[in-house]
Ligand binder design. Structure first.
Ligand SMILES: [Zn+2]
Length: 396
């Protein structure tokens, strides 16, 4: 049975249960009142009224609870039908985006083991959805080799399909590397990792440095010693980026003011070097401040959630102030799954985000900003090239 059928089944059951519960309650309320009345034939009316009110308020409570259960189920049936879909239905839903636009997934963790079983199929699916470049972004030194292995795997797939011109088997996705030590994993980083990172930058020249930054999302990350180490590693990696003229991929959560101060202190000029504030999560003022420094704001599948009001407003305000040149899109896969690609089935990897879901981010952004898909896709391509300081040719 599909999730959708389950939702319908529960909705109908709730309607029936409400009807059954309400009918006997009307009579039981009458019975209760009569019992109270009989018992209190000579007592004061206030006792009778209190008992009566208690019964009524209990019934109201039951009714209100059932109303909200019904309301949420009705809403999920009516508005969020796509939230619980099968794989087949999801593929159909993707047909909504009738045209395929060339896109750059500026931030992925496609090297994660969760893709080991079907990476080839996922690359093929990404290509069929318009993804032409994707960036593998670093977070722990121990996985840097795994990222390069994944890059080789994808690029070899693409090279072997070059001969497949005009064939449905063509699959030309270029993978790129950003190397960085992520602030969330700060306890695992050592000074030796910083030295080895710089050595790899010299020897292999990655596309960018990332993801780096500050993260005080949890209480543990706010501890003074932890935050001091985060700031030190952020500053050191900014210095590497400046020294080697590379753009940075920023990961900033609940520390935007501190991050801005460090960027300014280290004279990181994103107008010249490029850079992306990945999975941007700040407010309107922060959005404008990062764009003013030359960063593009990385928009993920979070934008597909109508309830992400703060984010949607921040993106709108940034675009009103600086134009659509300030945005890029990303999946941040396997996280940040667009809302229409999520399922309620946790028993498999259906909630895993994949590069092929990127067109949903384009579609939601297009709707939010009231810009046609084709115009926005082309602009985002150029914005990504600008942020990463590359000159990849756009092909429709
Ligand atoms: Zn990431």
């Amino acid at each position: 049975m599909t999730d959708d059928k389950n939702t319908k089944k529960w909705f109908l059951l709730s309607v029936a249960a409400t009807a059954l519960l309400l009918i006997p309650r009307r009579s039981s309320r009458k019975d209760n009142t009569e019992t109270v009345n009989n018992h209190n034939t000579v007592s004061e009316g206030s006792d009778i009224d209190d008992a009566h009110e208690n019964v009524i308020s209990k019934n109201c409570l039951v009714f209100i609870t059932q109303f909200y259960v019904l309301k949420s189920q009705f809403w999920s049936l009516l508005m969020c039908g796509n939230k619980s879909v099968t794989m087949a239905e999801r593929t159909d839903a993707r047909e909504v985006l009738k045209n395929v636009y060339s896109l750059i997934d500026t931030h992925t963790h496609f090297d994660a083991p969760v893709f080991d079983n079907d990476r080839k199929q996922q690359v093929e699916q990404a290509y069929s959805q318009g993804i032409r470049h994707l960036v593998l972004v670093g977070y722990l030194y121990q996985y840097f080799d795994r990222m390069y292995d994944t890059q080789d795997f994808i690029n070899k797939m693409s090279q072997s399909s070059v001969t497949e011109v005009n064939s449905k088997d063509k699959c030309d996705v270029a993978a790129h590397i950003a190397l960085g030590l992520h602030p969330f994993y700060i306890k695992q980083h050592t000074d030796g990792h910083l030295l080895q990172l710089e050595q790899m930058v010299i020897e292999r020249r990655p596309l960018a440095i990332g993801e780096i930054g500050l993260d005080t999302f949890t209480d543990a990350m706010k501890q003074p010693d932890v935050f001091v180490k985060q700031k030190r590693f952020f500053a050191a990696q900014l210095d590497i980026a400046v020294a080697h003229r590379l753009p940075v991929m920023l990961h900033i959560r609940k520390a935007h003011a501190e991050a801005l101060a460090i960027l300014k202190a280290h004279k990181y000029d994103a107008h010249k070097l490029g850079g992306i504030a990945h999975s941007f999560s700040g407010g309107e003022q922060e959005a404008k401040a990062f764009v003013k420094l030359g960063f593009k704001l990385g928009v993920t599948g979070q934008i597909t959630n109508p309830n992400a009001k703060k984010l949607r407003r921040a993106i709108q305000v940034a675009v009103e102030s600086h134009g659509i040149e300030c945005l890029v899109i990303e999946t941040d896969c396997p996280d940040m799954t667009p809302i229409m690609c999520q399922t309620t089935d946790d028993t498999d990897s259906h909630n895993r985000n994949v590069p092929a879901n990127l067109p949903w981010v384009l579609a939601s952004l297009s709707e939010l900003l009231e810009i046609p898909h084709d115009k926005l896709a082309k602009q985002l391509w150029h914005n990504s090239c600008d942020a990463l300081k590359v000159d990849w040719a756009y092909s429709v």
